[in-house]
Write a protein of this length. Structure first.
Ligand SMILES: [Zn+2]
Length: 452
Protein backbone atom coordinates (compact mmCIF):
# COMPACT_ATOMS: atom_id res chain seq x y z
CA UNK A 1 0.00 0.00 0.00
CA UNK A 2 2.75 2.42 1.00
CA UNK A 3 4.78 1.38 -2.04
CA UNK A 4 1.84 2.03 -4.33
CA UNK A 5 1.44 5.51 -2.92
CA UNK A 6 5.12 6.25 -3.51
CA UNK A 7 4.83 5.19 -7.12
CA UNK A 8 1.76 7.31 -7.69
CA UNK A 9 3.43 10.33 -6.06
CA UNK A 10 6.62 10.12 -8.06
CA UNK A 11 4.72 9.68 -11.32
CA UNK A 12 2.62 12.75 -10.60
CA UNK A 13 5.73 14.77 -9.85
CA UNK A 14 7.31 13.85 -13.18
CA UNK A 15 4.07 14.61 -14.96
CA UNK A 16 3.54 17.97 -13.29
CA UNK A 17 6.96 19.46 -13.52
CA UNK A 18 8.57 20.70 -16.67
CA UNK A 19 10.99 23.46 -17.48
CA UNK A 20 11.55 25.43 -20.60
CA UNK A 21 14.75 23.42 -20.99
CA UNK A 22 13.30 19.95 -20.37
CA UNK A 23 11.93 17.79 -17.58
CA UNK A 24 13.00 18.35 -14.00
CA UNK A 25 12.10 16.26 -11.00
CA UNK A 26 11.40 17.62 -7.55
CA UNK A 27 13.28 15.75 -4.87
CA UNK A 28 12.81 15.82 -1.14
CA UNK A 29 15.21 18.04 0.76
CA UNK A 30 17.35 15.51 2.69
CA UNK A 31 17.47 17.71 5.80
CA UNK A 32 13.66 17.93 5.97
CA UNK A 33 13.36 14.22 5.30
CA UNK A 34 15.68 13.59 8.25
CA UNK A 35 13.57 15.85 10.51
CA UNK A 36 10.33 14.18 9.42
CA UNK A 37 11.75 10.74 10.32
CA UNK A 38 12.32 11.91 13.89
CA UNK A 39 8.63 12.54 14.61
CA UNK A 40 7.85 9.88 17.20
CA UNK A 41 4.58 8.30 18.32
CA UNK A 42 6.20 7.68 21.74
CA UNK A 43 6.98 11.38 22.23
CA UNK A 44 3.51 12.38 21.08
CA UNK A 45 1.84 9.89 23.40
CA UNK A 46 3.98 11.04 26.34
CA UNK A 47 2.98 14.71 25.76
CA UNK A 48 -0.73 13.88 25.51
CA UNK A 49 -0.56 11.66 28.62
CA UNK A 50 1.07 14.44 30.61
CA UNK A 51 -1.41 17.05 29.38
CA UNK A 52 -4.35 14.82 30.34
CA UNK A 53 -2.85 14.38 33.84
CA UNK A 54 -3.63 18.01 34.71
CA UNK A 55 -7.25 16.92 35.26
CA UNK A 56 -8.81 19.88 33.55
CA UNK A 57 -7.18 22.55 31.41
CA UNK A 58 -10.24 24.78 31.42
CA UNK A 59 -9.19 28.40 30.92
CA UNK A 60 -11.20 29.18 34.07
CA UNK A 61 -9.43 26.53 36.18
CA UNK A 62 -6.68 27.21 38.72
CA UNK A 63 -3.59 29.10 37.58
CA UNK A 64 -1.81 28.63 40.91
CA UNK A 65 -2.19 24.92 41.70
CA UNK A 66 1.11 23.21 40.88
CA UNK A 67 -0.40 19.86 39.79
CA UNK A 68 -3.84 20.52 38.37
CA UNK A 69 -5.41 23.05 36.04
CA UNK A 70 -4.40 25.33 33.20
CA UNK A 71 -1.67 27.12 35.18
CA UNK A 72 0.29 23.93 35.85
CA UNK A 73 -0.26 22.83 32.23
CA UNK A 74 1.10 26.02 30.68
CA UNK A 75 4.13 25.99 33.00
CA UNK A 76 4.82 22.40 31.96
CA UNK A 77 4.66 23.29 28.25
CA UNK A 78 7.18 26.11 28.77
CA UNK A 79 9.39 23.74 30.76
CA UNK A 80 9.36 21.30 27.81
CA UNK A 81 10.21 24.12 25.38
CA UNK A 82 13.13 25.11 27.63
CA UNK A 83 14.32 21.51 27.75
CA UNK A 84 14.30 21.36 23.92
CA UNK A 85 15.98 24.77 23.81
CA UNK A 86 19.14 23.30 25.31
CA UNK A 87 20.09 21.86 21.92
CA UNK A 88 19.32 25.12 20.09
CA UNK A 89 22.40 27.12 21.01
CA UNK A 90 20.31 29.72 22.78
CA UNK A 91 18.07 30.31 19.76
CA UNK A 92 14.89 28.79 21.29
CA UNK A 93 13.42 30.87 24.10
CA UNK A 94 10.10 30.30 25.85
CA UNK A 95 7.71 32.03 28.23
CA UNK A 96 4.07 32.21 29.22
CA UNK A 97 2.62 35.29 27.55
CA UNK A 98 -0.13 36.37 29.95
CA UNK A 99 -2.90 38.92 29.88
CA UNK A 100 -5.70 39.60 32.33
CA UNK A 101 -9.26 39.22 31.12
CA UNK A 102 -12.18 40.89 32.86
CA UNK A 103 -15.52 39.14 33.09
CA UNK A 104 -17.23 39.60 29.70
CA UNK A 105 -20.68 38.36 30.69
CA UNK A 106 -20.27 35.50 28.24
CA UNK A 107 -17.67 32.75 28.62
CA UNK A 108 -15.40 34.63 31.06
CA UNK A 109 -17.26 35.13 34.35
CA UNK A 110 -14.40 36.12 36.69
CA UNK A 111 -11.19 38.07 36.23
CA UNK A 112 -8.92 35.51 34.56
CA UNK A 113 -5.21 35.24 33.87
CA UNK A 114 -4.98 33.99 30.28
CA UNK A 115 -1.61 32.61 29.22
CA UNK A 116 -0.24 31.39 25.89
CA UNK A 117 2.78 29.09 26.22
CA UNK A 118 5.13 30.33 23.49
CA UNK A 119 8.53 29.38 22.18
CA UNK A 120 10.45 31.31 19.54
CA UNK A 121 13.16 29.71 17.42
CA UNK A 122 15.06 32.74 16.20
CA UNK A 123 16.01 32.74 12.53
CA UNK A 124 19.68 32.79 11.56
CA UNK A 125 19.39 35.57 8.95
CA UNK A 126 19.16 38.88 10.80
CA UNK A 127 17.82 40.57 7.66
CA UNK A 128 14.98 38.04 7.40
CA UNK A 129 12.01 39.14 9.53
CA UNK A 130 9.58 36.43 8.39
CA UNK A 131 7.76 34.48 11.08
CA UNK A 132 6.05 31.10 10.72
CA UNK A 133 3.63 30.09 13.45
CA UNK A 134 2.27 26.70 14.49
CA UNK A 135 -0.42 26.48 17.16
CA UNK A 136 -2.57 24.08 19.13
CA UNK A 137 -4.86 25.03 22.01
CA UNK A 138 -3.98 24.07 25.54
CA UNK A 139 -7.40 24.55 27.12
CA UNK A 140 -9.98 21.76 27.36
CA UNK A 141 -13.66 21.60 28.23
CA UNK A 142 -16.60 19.33 29.07
CA UNK A 143 -20.28 19.65 28.10
CA UNK A 144 -20.75 22.94 30.00
CA UNK A 145 -18.05 25.32 28.78
CA UNK A 146 -18.24 27.19 32.13
CA UNK A 147 -17.45 24.05 34.16
CA UNK A 148 -13.92 24.54 35.47
CA UNK A 149 -13.64 21.66 37.92
CA UNK A 150 -14.88 18.49 36.18
CA UNK A 151 -12.34 16.11 34.67
CA UNK A 152 -11.72 17.43 31.11
CA UNK A 153 -8.92 15.32 29.59
CA UNK A 154 -9.02 17.05 26.20
CA UNK A 155 -6.77 14.34 24.77
CA UNK A 156 -7.69 14.93 21.15
CA UNK A 157 -9.17 18.43 21.58
CA UNK A 158 -6.60 19.70 21.73
CA UNK A 159 -3.71 17.96 23.47
CA UNK A 160 -3.18 16.41 20.01
CA UNK A 161 -2.50 19.87 18.53
CA UNK A 162 -0.28 20.90 21.45
CA UNK A 163 1.63 17.60 21.13
CA UNK A 164 2.22 18.34 17.42
CA UNK A 165 3.53 21.81 18.37
CA UNK A 166 5.84 20.36 21.04
CA UNK A 167 7.19 17.64 18.75
CA UNK A 168 7.94 20.17 15.99
CA UNK A 169 9.75 22.33 18.57
CA UNK A 170 11.73 19.35 19.87
CA UNK A 171 13.00 18.39 16.43
CA UNK A 172 13.31 21.77 14.73
CA UNK A 173 15.23 23.42 17.58
CA UNK A 174 18.18 21.18 16.68
CA UNK A 175 18.33 22.75 13.20
CA UNK A 176 18.66 26.30 11.96
CA UNK A 177 16.46 28.23 9.58
CA UNK A 178 16.87 31.71 8.13
CA UNK A 179 13.31 32.69 9.18
CA UNK A 180 11.87 32.62 12.70
CA UNK A 181 9.43 29.94 13.88
CA UNK A 182 7.00 30.43 16.75
CA UNK A 183 5.52 27.41 18.52
CA UNK A 184 2.50 28.20 20.64
CA UNK A 185 -0.02 26.45 22.88
CA UNK A 186 -2.75 29.06 23.12
CA UNK A 187 -5.36 29.29 25.84
CA UNK A 188 -8.98 30.46 25.87
CA UNK A 189 -9.96 28.75 22.61
CA UNK A 190 -13.11 27.22 24.05
CA UNK A 191 -14.04 30.53 25.73
CA UNK A 192 -14.05 32.30 22.32
CA UNK A 193 -10.62 32.11 20.63
CA UNK A 194 -9.27 34.49 23.27
CA UNK A 195 -5.60 33.48 23.38
CA UNK A 196 -5.33 33.43 19.59
CA UNK A 197 -7.13 36.79 19.42
CA UNK A 198 -4.69 38.26 21.94
CA UNK A 199 -1.68 36.96 19.96
CA UNK A 200 -3.04 38.04 16.56
CA UNK A 201 -3.69 41.56 17.93
CA UNK A 202 -0.20 41.76 19.32
CA UNK A 203 1.37 40.66 16.03
CA UNK A 204 -0.68 43.15 14.05
CA UNK A 205 0.02 46.05 16.42
CA UNK A 206 3.75 45.35 16.44
CA UNK A 207 3.88 44.87 12.67
CA UNK A 208 5.37 41.40 12.93
CA UNK A 209 5.94 39.86 9.53
CA UNK A 210 3.86 36.72 10.12
CA UNK A 211 3.96 34.96 6.76
CA UNK A 212 1.90 31.85 7.57
CA UNK A 213 0.04 30.30 10.49
CA UNK A 214 -0.90 26.63 10.90
CA UNK A 215 -3.62 25.98 13.46
CA UNK A 216 -3.80 22.35 14.56
CA UNK A 217 -7.04 21.56 16.33
CA UNK A 218 -8.13 17.91 16.81
CA UNK A 219 -5.63 16.01 14.72
CA UNK A 220 -5.46 12.58 16.40
CA UNK A 221 -8.75 10.70 16.05
CA UNK A 222 -9.34 8.42 13.07
CA UNK A 223 -13.08 7.74 13.17
CA UNK A 224 -16.54 9.20 12.85
CA UNK A 225 -19.25 9.02 15.52
CA UNK A 226 -21.95 8.21 12.95
CA UNK A 227 -20.40 5.62 10.67
CA UNK A 228 -17.91 2.80 10.88
CA UNK A 229 -15.35 4.73 8.86
CA UNK A 230 -11.84 4.42 10.21
CA UNK A 231 -9.36 6.45 8.21
CA UNK A 232 -5.91 7.63 9.17
CA UNK A 233 -4.75 8.38 5.65
CA UNK A 234 -6.47 11.74 5.13
CA UNK A 235 -6.37 15.07 6.94
CA UNK A 236 -8.28 18.26 6.18
CA UNK A 237 -6.96 21.76 5.69
CA UNK A 238 -9.61 24.48 5.91
CA UNK A 239 -8.97 27.83 4.24
CA UNK A 240 -11.09 30.88 3.57
CA UNK A 241 -11.89 31.78 -0.06
CA UNK A 242 -12.84 35.43 -0.24
CA UNK A 243 -10.60 37.17 2.27
CA UNK A 244 -12.37 38.52 5.34
CA UNK A 245 -9.72 41.25 5.73
CA UNK A 246 -10.31 44.36 3.55
CA UNK A 247 -12.61 42.48 1.19
CA UNK A 248 -14.37 45.69 0.10
CA UNK A 249 -11.07 47.31 -0.81
CA UNK A 250 -10.02 44.34 -2.97
CA UNK A 251 -13.37 43.18 -4.31
CA UNK A 252 -13.10 44.94 -7.71
CA UNK A 253 -9.74 43.32 -8.39
CA UNK A 254 -10.88 39.89 -7.26
CA UNK A 255 -13.94 40.17 -9.47
CA UNK A 256 -12.22 41.31 -12.66
CA UNK A 257 -9.39 38.80 -12.47
CA UNK A 258 -11.38 35.88 -11.07
CA UNK A 259 -9.20 35.67 -7.97
CA UNK A 260 -11.84 34.43 -5.52
CA UNK A 261 -9.93 31.17 -5.14
CA UNK A 262 -6.45 32.68 -4.83
CA UNK A 263 -6.37 34.51 -1.50
CA UNK A 264 -3.50 34.10 0.94
CA UNK A 265 -5.09 31.34 3.02
CA UNK A 266 -6.06 29.34 -0.08
CA UNK A 267 -2.53 29.61 -1.49
CA UNK A 268 -1.18 28.45 1.85
CA UNK A 269 -3.60 25.48 1.85
CA UNK A 270 -2.37 24.41 -1.61
CA UNK A 271 1.19 24.69 -0.35
CA UNK A 272 0.36 22.59 2.73
CA UNK A 273 -1.07 19.91 0.46
CA UNK A 274 1.84 19.83 -1.95
CA UNK A 275 4.64 19.90 0.61
CA UNK A 276 2.87 17.70 3.18
CA UNK A 277 2.22 14.99 0.61
CA UNK A 278 5.78 15.27 -0.69
CA UNK A 279 7.26 14.38 2.70
CA UNK A 280 4.69 12.16 4.43
CA UNK A 281 3.88 8.78 2.94
CA UNK A 282 0.34 7.45 2.95
CA UNK A 283 -1.25 10.77 3.90
CA UNK A 284 -3.56 12.76 1.66
CA UNK A 285 -4.16 16.41 2.52
CA UNK A 286 -7.75 17.24 1.62
CA UNK A 287 -8.44 20.90 0.94
CA UNK A 288 -11.78 22.19 2.16
CA UNK A 289 -12.93 25.43 0.61
CA UNK A 290 -14.24 27.15 3.72
CA UNK A 291 -12.71 28.83 6.73
CA UNK A 292 -14.01 26.30 9.26
CA UNK A 293 -16.69 23.70 10.00
CA UNK A 294 -20.33 24.44 10.82
CA UNK A 295 -21.02 25.35 14.47
CA UNK A 296 -17.33 25.43 15.31
CA UNK A 297 -14.54 28.00 15.34
CA UNK A 298 -10.77 27.88 15.47
CA UNK A 299 -7.66 29.84 16.37
CA UNK A 300 -6.71 30.66 12.77
CA UNK A 301 -9.78 32.90 12.49
CA UNK A 302 -8.49 35.91 14.51
CA UNK A 303 -5.42 35.75 12.26
CA UNK A 304 -7.25 35.71 8.92
CA UNK A 305 -9.45 38.52 10.21
CA UNK A 306 -6.31 40.63 10.58
CA UNK A 307 -5.06 39.84 7.08
CA UNK A 308 -2.59 37.06 7.92
CA UNK A 309 -2.41 33.81 5.91
CA UNK A 310 -3.78 31.17 8.28
CA UNK A 311 -5.40 27.75 7.92
CA UNK A 312 -6.99 25.12 10.14
CA UNK A 313 -5.68 21.56 10.09
CA UNK A 314 -8.14 18.96 11.40
CA UNK A 315 -8.72 15.21 11.22
CA UNK A 316 -10.83 13.85 8.34
CA UNK A 317 -13.65 12.41 10.48
CA UNK A 318 -14.83 13.62 13.84
CA UNK A 319 -16.21 11.66 16.74
CA UNK A 320 -18.59 13.93 18.65
CA UNK A 321 -18.99 11.38 21.48
CA UNK A 322 -15.40 12.26 22.33
CA UNK A 323 -15.47 16.04 22.02
CA UNK A 324 -16.75 18.57 24.59
CA UNK A 325 -18.35 15.77 26.65
CA UNK A 326 -18.70 15.02 30.36
CA UNK A 327 -17.01 11.70 31.11
CA UNK A 328 -19.80 9.13 31.41
CA UNK A 329 -21.25 5.95 29.98
CA UNK A 330 -24.79 6.06 28.61
CA UNK A 331 -26.56 3.16 26.90
CA UNK A 332 -23.25 1.40 26.50
CA UNK A 333 -21.56 4.40 24.84
CA UNK A 334 -18.48 5.81 26.53
CA UNK A 335 -18.38 9.60 26.26
CA UNK A 336 -15.38 11.86 26.79
CA UNK A 337 -12.16 13.01 25.15
CA UNK A 338 -9.97 10.18 26.41
CA UNK A 339 -6.52 9.11 25.32
CA UNK A 340 -7.75 5.57 24.58
CA UNK A 341 -9.71 6.88 21.59
CA UNK A 342 -6.68 8.36 19.88
CA UNK A 343 -4.57 7.03 17.00
CA UNK A 344 -0.95 8.07 17.57
CA UNK A 345 0.25 6.83 14.20
CA UNK A 346 -2.25 9.25 12.63
CA UNK A 347 -1.04 12.04 14.92
CA UNK A 348 2.53 11.22 13.91
CA UNK A 349 1.72 11.66 10.22
CA UNK A 350 -0.17 14.89 10.82
CA UNK A 351 2.70 16.26 12.92
CA UNK A 352 5.23 15.27 10.26
CA UNK A 353 3.07 17.03 7.67
CA UNK A 354 3.15 20.26 9.72
CA UNK A 355 6.87 19.95 10.29
CA UNK A 356 7.66 19.53 6.59
CA UNK A 357 5.58 22.60 5.70
CA UNK A 358 7.13 24.77 8.43
CA UNK A 359 10.66 23.65 7.55
CA UNK A 360 10.16 24.15 3.81
CA UNK A 361 8.73 27.64 4.33
CA UNK A 362 11.41 28.78 6.75
CA UNK A 363 14.28 27.38 4.67
CA UNK A 364 12.98 28.99 1.47
CA UNK A 365 13.94 32.49 0.35
CA UNK A 366 11.26 35.13 0.84
CA UNK A 367 8.77 35.59 -2.01
CA UNK A 368 9.73 37.10 -5.38
CA UNK A 369 9.03 40.85 -5.41
CA UNK A 370 6.92 42.89 -7.74
CA UNK A 371 5.46 39.98 -9.73
CA UNK A 372 3.62 41.31 -12.80
CA UNK A 373 1.82 39.96 -15.82
CA UNK A 374 2.07 42.10 -18.93
CA UNK A 375 -1.37 43.08 -20.27
CA UNK A 376 -0.27 45.98 -22.51
CA UNK A 377 -1.10 44.17 -25.74
CA UNK A 378 -3.49 41.50 -26.95
CA UNK A 379 -1.46 38.29 -27.21
CA UNK A 380 -2.10 34.56 -26.95
CA UNK A 381 0.84 34.10 -24.60
CA UNK A 382 1.81 35.19 -21.10
CA UNK A 383 4.75 37.36 -20.13
CA UNK A 384 5.66 37.57 -16.47
CA UNK A 385 8.32 39.64 -14.72
CA UNK A 386 9.48 39.80 -11.10
CA UNK A 387 12.39 40.79 -8.90
CA UNK A 388 14.62 38.77 -6.60
CA UNK A 389 13.35 38.05 -3.08
CA UNK A 390 14.14 40.51 -0.29
CA UNK A 391 15.97 37.90 1.78
CA UNK A 392 17.68 34.61 0.97
CA UNK A 393 19.16 33.56 -2.35
CA UNK A 394 16.96 32.20 -5.13
CA UNK A 395 18.68 29.62 -7.30
CA UNK A 396 15.68 29.99 -9.60
CA UNK A 397 11.93 30.35 -9.77
CA UNK A 398 8.91 28.18 -10.42
CA UNK A 399 6.13 29.60 -12.51
CA UNK A 400 2.98 27.76 -11.47
CA UNK A 401 0.10 27.35 -13.87
CA UNK A 402 -3.40 25.91 -13.66
CA UNK A 403 -6.65 26.02 -15.55
CA UNK A 404 -9.14 28.47 -14.06
CA UNK A 405 -11.38 25.59 -12.99
CA UNK A 406 -8.60 23.56 -11.37
CA UNK A 407 -8.18 23.39 -7.60
CA UNK A 408 -4.45 22.69 -7.78
CA UNK A 409 -1.43 23.95 -9.68
CA UNK A 410 -1.07 21.68 -12.71
CA UNK A 411 2.20 22.67 -14.31
CA UNK A 412 5.50 24.14 -13.19
CA UNK A 413 8.16 25.87 -15.24
CA UNK A 414 11.64 26.50 -13.89
CA UNK A 415 13.82 29.44 -14.81
CA UNK A 416 16.87 31.17 -13.38
CA UNK A 417 15.80 34.44 -15.04
CA UNK A 418 13.46 37.04 -13.54
CA UNK A 419 11.08 37.03 -16.50
CA UNK A 420 9.44 34.44 -18.71
CA UNK A 421 7.20 34.31 -21.75
CA UNK A 422 5.03 31.22 -22.02
CA UNK A 423 2.95 30.01 -24.98
CA UNK A 424 -0.17 29.75 -22.79
CA UNK A 425 -2.76 32.51 -22.74
CA UNK A 426 -3.11 34.58 -19.55
CA UNK A 427 -6.83 34.64 -20.37
CA UNK A 428 -7.13 30.87 -19.95
CA UNK A 429 -4.89 30.06 -16.98
CA UNK A 430 -3.92 31.28 -13.53
CA UNK A 431 -0.24 31.89 -12.85
CA UNK A 432 1.93 32.46 -9.78
CA UNK A 433 5.68 32.68 -9.10
CA UNK A 434 7.73 31.08 -6.31
CA UNK A 435 11.36 31.67 -5.34
CA UNK A 436 13.43 28.48 -4.93
CA UNK A 437 16.27 28.13 -2.42
CA UNK A 438 19.49 26.16 -2.77
CA UNK A 439 18.03 22.89 -1.44
CA UNK A 440 14.85 23.24 -3.52
CA UNK A 441 12.66 24.83 -0.84
CA UNK A 442 9.87 26.92 -2.37
CA UNK A 443 8.53 30.24 -1.08
CA UNK A 444 4.78 30.76 -1.04
CA UNK A 445 3.51 31.57 -4.54
CA UNK A 446 2.78 35.16 -5.53
CA UNK A 447 -0.12 35.88 -7.89
CA UNK A 448 0.95 38.55 -10.38
CA UNK A 449 -0.49 42.02 -10.43
CA UNK A 450 -1.09 43.55 -13.85
CA UNK A 451 1.36 45.72 -15.70
CA UNK A 452 -0.37 47.99 -18.24
ZN1 LIG B 1 -10.46 22.47 19.77
Amino acid sequence: MICMKRIILSLSIIFLVSSTYGQIIIQRDAAIEEMVKQVSTDSLKAYVTKLVSFGTRSTLSSTTNKQKGIGAAREWVVQKFNEFGKSSNGRLTAFVDTTTLKSDGRRIDVTTSLGNAMATLRGTDSADDRIYLISGHLDSRVTDVMNRTAEAPGANDDASGVAAVLECARIMSKYSFPATIIFVAVSGEEQGLLGAGYLADKMKKNNWNLDAMLNNDIVGNNNSSETNIIDNTRVRVFSEGLPFFELDKNAANIRSFGLENDGGARQLARYVKEIGERYVDNLEVVMVYRNDRFLRGGDHTPFVEKGFKAVRITEMNENYDHQHQDLRTEKGIKYGDLIEFMDFEYLRKNTAMNLSVLANLSKAPSVPQDVKVDVKNLTNGTSLTWKAPKTGVAKGYYILMRETTSAFWQKKFFTVQTSITLPYSKDNYFFAVQAIGEAGNESLPVVPGVSR
